[in-house]
Design a protein around this ligand. Structure first.
Ligand code: C2O
Ligand code: CU
Ligand code: CU
Length: 514
């Protein structure tokens, strides 16, 4: 076994993996709503729920505009934040905050994001959901070295070992924004280290608006709320707790025991009795959620979904619960006028037990005038892309594969990631049929391309599978089929599992768009 393979492989049939494995194939079916992974318990005292107000990440301001391109500077650095009341957490944040600042962009208006790395580790920034040229897509070995790791200085093997396109000082990411209104997010994508680096805070929103969306009577301003769901664990001193040996001890994924929303534990938000837009993002490493709105009287609120990963749906649809896997976004409307002033509505995770069943609470504080409506039509950007003739069918099997010596790896089509191996060569401008299968919960994510689901488990896709998607949860022993459209750029991109521990254990593959 090569050293690289050894580092990413994990022990089979013992310790962490054992619990999941002994359930066997049959055991998974009733766990369809549960999470893949293992809880790392905090040693800090857990806070009282619903005491901290929901924070809204600040919106970044461009430092200047050059020839119609907005230039942003983001500095990756440590920042000290109060996440658990009375304790201080050092985060690794874009501009030292977690979540990072929200980039508010406009379809057709390119932006450049110049990232400075003042952390002590190399980083890679990826815009998830972005149609981005390959040099700016955040390929896992395209490292941005810490500023203090100057060229000529000796580098240890963790810095630039993979022969990628490494830079120091800063890196400028080009985001052309030639895509429809959507909720995107940016996050760290460093080879073998995305999970701990995102856990420590390297994630934020990027929102795109467009003319079509401008015309819609949707909630705006402070009634348009980005909602980043993440679970984390904390040490007694308030620092983030992450396993030293996640690959050996948490091969299935790391689950926290504190639920954060926009970086705050079990927050509360006072709302007016009117319609809000919630841009739900699952930014957790491994945790899956089944979301429901519960009133304290035993009733339920309802979600009206207006958007998916890639942007607005053609038409809204009502959902009583939302299954959301790591990396996925659901853009929803919630009308708090359905509930009398004074009501308290809990956003819950039905896929968890105990304190983690709660996420946050909305307190309906006051009556309000509401001029918004639920439009009957939303976007024309979702079109039928069913090709008339035959199209290539490619299969991607996400599975644990034994590597000998009692060790296993997370693999795609039996292989761990290798920078030189290309699993698919789709043509720019083409549509392909892709089939994903798995042995476990694997949120499958494709860079660059958005897709439309055509089947889940030999049946038509579920309501929650609607719209343009870039991430789809493939459940144990399930097959999902999608039509994938390649637009944008030629070059090297990836497909990978968005369970970040699986991703770091090499559950990734190259796609070369030709
Ligand atoms: Cu959100 Cu390749 O990642
Ligand atoms: Cu991505
Ligand atoms: Cu996975």
């Amino acid at each position: 076994m090569s050293p690289a393979l050894g580092r990413r492989a994990f022990l089979g049939m013992t310790a962490g993996a054992g619990a999941a494995l002994t359930l066997g194939a049959a055991g998974f079916s009733h766990l369809a709503g549960a999470s893949t992974g293992r809880v790392l318990a905090s040693t800090a005292p857990l806070p009282q729920p619903f005491t901290v107000p929901l924070p809204i990440p600040p919106t970044a301001r461009p430092t200047r505009t050059e020839h119609g391109t907005d230039i942003y500077e983001l500095e990756q650095r440590e920042g000290r934040m109060t996440i658990l009341p009375g304790l201080t957490t050092t985060v690794w944040g874009y501009d030292g905050i977690f979540p990072g600042p929200t980039l508010a962009t406009r379809s057709g208006h390119p932006v450049k994001v110049r990232v400075h790395n003042n952390l002590t580790v190399p980083t890679v920034t990826h815009l998830h959901g972005g149609v981005t040229p390959p040099e700016s897509d955040g390929y896992p070995t395209d490292l941005l070295l810490p500023a203090r790791c100057a060229p000529g200085q000796s580098r240890d093997h963790t810095m630039g070992a993979h022969g990628g396109n490494t830079t120091t000082a800063y890196r400028t990411y080009d985001y052309p924004m030639a895509q429809q209104a959507a909720t995107l997010w940016y996050h760290d994508h460093r080879m073998d280290h995305s999970a701990p680096q995102v856990w420590r805070g390297l994630a934020g929103f990027l929102l795109i608006t467009d003319q079509e969306e401008d015309q819609l009577p949707l909630p705006r301003g402070e009634r348009d709320i980005p909602v980043m769901l993440c679970d984390r664990s904390f040490n007694a001193d308030g620092s983030f707790r992450y396993p030293d040996h996640a690959h050996d001890d948490f091969p299935d994924g790391v689950l926290g025991d504190v639920q954060l929303v926009n970086g705050a534990p079990w927050p509360v938000m006072e709302v007016s009795a009117c319609r809000y837009r919630l841009r739900l993002l699952n930014g957790s490493n491994a945790r899956r959620y089944q979301l429901r709105l519960d009133t304290e009287g035993g009733g339920h609120g309802r979600f009206v979904q207006i958007g998916s990963d890639g942007g607005l749906l053609p038409a809204p649809q009502r959902l009583d619960t939302i299954d959301i896997a790591p990396g996925e976004r659901f853009d929803v409307l919630v009308d708090f006028a359905d509930h009398p002033v004074g009501s308290r509505i809990h956003l819950r995770n039905l896929a968890a037990d105990g304190p983690m069943r709660e996420i946050m609470r909305f307190d309906v504080a006051r009556a309000a005038r509401d001029t918004t409506r639920i439009p009957t039509r939303l976007s024309t950007a979702y079109e039928d892309i069913t090709p008339s003739g035959g199209v290539p069918l490619r299969t991607f099997d996400f599975r644990r594969t034994p590597t000998g010596e009692d060790r296993q790896m997370w693999t795609i089509n039996g292989k761990p990631f290798h920078p030189d191996t290309v699993l698919a060569r789709p043509r720019l401008g083409s549509v392909e049929r892709w089939r994903f299968s798995s042995d476990f919960h694997h949120p499958v994510h494709v860079h660059l391309a958005q897709f439309q689901l055509t089947a889940r488990g030999n049946r038509p896709p579920a309501a929650k599978d609607a719209g343009w998607k870039d991430t789809v949860d493939v459940r144990p022993y399930e097959t999902v089929e999608a039509l994938v459209r390649f637009t944008g750029y030629k070059g090297r991109y990836m497909i990978h599992c968005h369970n970040l521990e699986h991703e770091d254990m090499a559950m990734m593959a190259n796609i070369q768009v030709t």
